[in-house]
Design a protein around this ligand. Structure first.
Ligand SMILES: [Fe+2]
Ligand SMILES: [Fe+2]
Length: 409
């Protein structure tokens, strides 16, 4: 997993067309829990990304509504879904082929660091240094979140469907590698994320299996498009290549792409999640959640994107449009993100979000802050609803794909 998907709250029952952004309503913008970070005087040893130095000083980072989440699901239902006796749609030949692909392990020797990393990190100073650290932390957390979920699915599905289970285990191998590589990047800045602590301390968001499929598929594909876009941009504009991790993105993003393709195969094996009106509404809901979360997050961090020579909004719109085109090959409906009105709505959400953040930073008493938030949250909810209700694009993988498959290798 690579991208962040935080805005949506799990909804156990489909009761309304409107997306429910529960945390926004309850005003949890101001509620932070803490994630333990460790400041190390020495980089941690290469194999101990989850074990910080005992001598290290501790510091904290803020966790907000838009921070990458950890997910859990109904593993019993997952077992039923992947039981070949019950589900005759499971195309075991396709899963066997995917398994061989994962076993090939194309990136086994890819994630090897060089001394360039530390030298580049030392040159990064001032606000850009801080924003780089935050980028590494968030990316590491998102990758690690994928690792935990896939590892557990690999363990739980072993008996019911060993082929699917092994693929999950191999995907967790990839995500551990990605998270570890990012955590080693943090060591260049004399920091390390305490992943063991994170595993225990973070709250897990529960999604039913079908929502896990939508969310993780989108997360993998949007991650692919983010990484490849940054990689191509920096290849064309090497003067912005200020930290060598981006040079690894070309092969790295192929892992994310393969993970997304696996979820695509999983969804095809569960046509009940793709072929009715509810599936269309949920598909749009998850697209909106993922796109809005990314847009709001990135617009709060324009210094990072500008630091590597990108225009944040242009970068995000490119990623959203490409992800949406890819997603239209499998989801039964997607948003019309290429309609200029969609971007206008996103931009209005950014403005409202900035005002919400500004309220949080005032010295006002908390009830005053909450009062000030009410109209802003209402305005944000109204923009979200309007974006959700824009005429969608009917799509789907099997019979009426609107977009041509794209070459990704
Ligand atoms: Fe990943
Ligand atoms: Fe992934």
């Amino acid at each position: 997993m690579a991208a962040e998907m935080a805005l949506v709250k799990p909804i156990s029952k489909f009761s309304s067309v409107a997306p429910k952004f529960g945390n926004l309503r309850s005003g949890s913008y101001s509620k932070f829990t803490t994630i333990k970070m460790t400041a190390t005087s020495q980089p941690p040893p290469p194999t101990s990304t989850t074990r910080p130095s005992k001598k290290a000083a501790k510091t904290t980072i803020k966790e907000t509504l838009l921070t990458p989440r950890f997910y859990t699901t109904d593993f019993d239902e997952m077992e039923t879904l992947f039981n070949t006796e019950i589900n005759k749609n499971l195309n075991q030949a396709e899963f066997e082929a995917l398994l061989q692909e994962f076993k090939t392990d194309y990136n086994q020797t890819h994630f090897v660091r060089s001394k360039e990393f530390k030298e580049a990190a030392d040159k990064l100073q001032g606000p850009l240094r801080q924003i780089f650290v935050e980028f590494l932390e968030r990316s590491c957390t998102a990758e690690f979140s994928g690792f935990l979920l896939y590892k557990e699915l690999g363990r739980r599905l072993k008996k019911t469907n060993p082929v699917v289970a092994e693929i999950f285990s191999l995907m967790s191998r990839d995500e551990a590698r990605h998270a570890g590589f990012l955590n080693k990047g943090l060591s260049d800045f004399n920091l390390a994320l305490d992943l063991g602590f994170l595993t225990k301390a973070r709250k897990y968001t529960f999604f039913k299996p079908k929502f896990i499929f939508y969310a993780t598929y989108l997360s993998e594909k949007i991650g692919y498009w983010r990484y490849i876009t940054i990689y191509r941009h920096l290849k064309a504009n090497p003067e912005y290549q200020c930290y060598p991790i981006f040079k690894y993105f070309e092969n790295w993003c192929q892992d994310e792409n393969r993970h997304g393709d696996f979820f695509s195969a999983l969804m095809k094996a569960q046509p009940q999640f793709l072929n009715d009106w509810k599936a269309k509404l949920w598909s749009r809901f998850f697209c909106l959640s993922v796109y809005v979360t990314m847009y709001l997050n990135d617009c709060q961090r324009t210094a990072f994107y500008e630091g590597i020579g990108l225009n944040t909004k242009e970068f995000d719109m490119h990623v959203i449009i490409e992800t949406n085109r890819t997603t239209a090959r499998i989801f039964p409906a997607v948003l019309d993100v290429e309609n200029p009105e969609f971007k206008r709505k996103l931009d209005r959400m950014v403005e409202i979000n900035e005002k919400l953040l500004a309220v949080g930073e005032t010295e006002d008493a908390s009830f005053v802050k909450n009062l000030k938030r009410i109209p802003l949250i209402a305005a944000l909810a109204s923009e979200l609803l309007a974006a959700y209700l824009m005429p969608p694009i009917e799509s789907g993988s099997l019979d009426f794909a609107e977009f041509e498959p794209q070459v990704v290798y």
